[in-house]
Ligand binder design. Structure first.
Ligand code: NDP
Length: 330
């Protein structure tokens, strides 16, 4: 038996509770060839939507939520993994189409796992979590496009969130001058500690704006979408690029083509869930090099599994800054 946060659908409501589950049920929830004893998972925006029922994330019921986890291989019939190997898993529909990481065990295909780089513990991996890994995918997308620190200021929107915090830290570590946009100016000191050179108030970007605005940013990481992303595109410098990964303000994009056809601006979509394996491995390798352990630890609070429903509601109310690690064995 093992403990898992279980989501059940009752009429239109999502019920979330920690349950004791027979291990044999994992075999029917997934066709995975690796059984992982999970040490830590995390609470992401998408998990919060699933747990509270506020967003259509879950596609099969009952569901164990949790889009990521880190742990130790218990049994494996996959040639790349042996019992005792530390592994990390992000995405691939975990917590959406098959049981995810907010549990003490998970059974997944070996192809979904990444061997944890030797310099990162399972706890640190989840302090980074899908948020830090997505932030790294964003930075790598910008750099593949040709952006470099010499080009000028880089804007990060939703900077106090999980992805935003890591984007600020990674860009600063790579020598970029980072401008952090936030609706929580009271957290400015924390953002400066992570490496932000300056702060802009979220409201200056979130209202409807002109199709073309003063050229300001060489590049941007956008966690917010909607009018914010439209305004970011409109204020990128000629040839600039934005890596778009989030929708915290909204899924819409009320923009015009003007920045793209008059300034050669690039909108680079970033998806962490089904991104090919080579890019995942490259991202985790770069995390080992570019995210100091102190940063990993400082942006994270740790909670027990039973507290996740409460924290999910708080996260959606915008009351949680930084990362939330879930100790599934506490
Ligand atoms: P968080 O909830 O931790 O952070 C979101 C941040 O966005 C908040 O901290 C806040 O930052 C800002 N924000 C919240 N509401 C609004 C609003 N109404 N208008 C403007 N800004 C707002 O989430 P994550 O960092 O985990 O994720 C960020 C986004 O990225 C989410 O939309 C998530 O779904 C998405 N995501 C996408 C992935 C992908 O694969 N593409 C992977 C991971 C996440 P502040 O307080 O600084 O203003």
């Amino acid at each position: 038996m093992f403990n898992a946060l279980m989501l059940q659908k009752q009429d239109d409501r999502t019920l979330a509770a920690v349950e004791s589950i027979d291990e044999s049920r994992l075999a029917t929830s997934s066709d995975g060839d690796v059984l992982v004893r999970i040490d830590y998972s995390t609470l992401n925006y998408k998990d919060a939507l699933a747990i509270t029922g506020r967003g259509p994330v879950v596609r099969a019921w009952p569901m164990v939520p949790g889009i990521d986890f880190a742990g130790i291989v218990e049994t494996s019939s996959h040639p790349d993994y042996q019992p005792g190997d530390p592994v990390v898993m992000n995405g691939w529909g975990a917590g959406e189409t098959h049981w995810g990481g907010l549990a003490q065990k998970a059974r997944v295909p070996g192809a979904h796992l990444i061997a944890l780089p030797t310099g990162i513990t399972t706890r640190q991996a989840m302090a980074v979590g899908t948020a830090g890994y997505t932030a790294m995918l964003c930075v790598q997308a910008l750099e593949r496009h040709g952006v470099s620190a010499a080009d000028g200021e880089v804007l990060v929107t939703g900077a106090n969130g999980g992805v935003g915090s890591f984007a600020v830290a990674i860009l600063a570590r790579r020598g970029y001058r980072v401008i952090a946009s936030t609706g929580r100016p009271e957290e400015a000191a924390r953002l400066r500690e992570l490496g932000a050179a300056d702060i802009v108030e979220r409201a200056t970007l979130s209202a409807p704006g002109k199709p073309l605005q003063k050229e300001r940013w060489a590049a941007a990481v956008d966690c917010v979408g909607s009018h914010t992303l439209a305004n970011v595109c409109a204020s990128l410098r000629y040839g600039g690029a934005v890596a778009a990964c989030g929708l915290a303000q909204g899924m819409d994009l009320p923009a015009t083509v003007a920045p793209f056809i008059l300034r050669g601006v690039a909108l680079l979509g970033v998806d962490s869930v089904y991104v090919p394996r080579e890019r995942r491995v490259a991202a985790w390798r770069a995390i080992e090099e570019d995210v100091p352990v102190a940063t990993m630890e400082s942006v994270a609070a740790t909670i027990p599994l039973a507290d996740t429903p409460d924290y999910a509601a708080r996260l959606l109310r915008g009351e949680v800054a930084g990362r939330v690690i879930v100790d599934v064995n506490a």
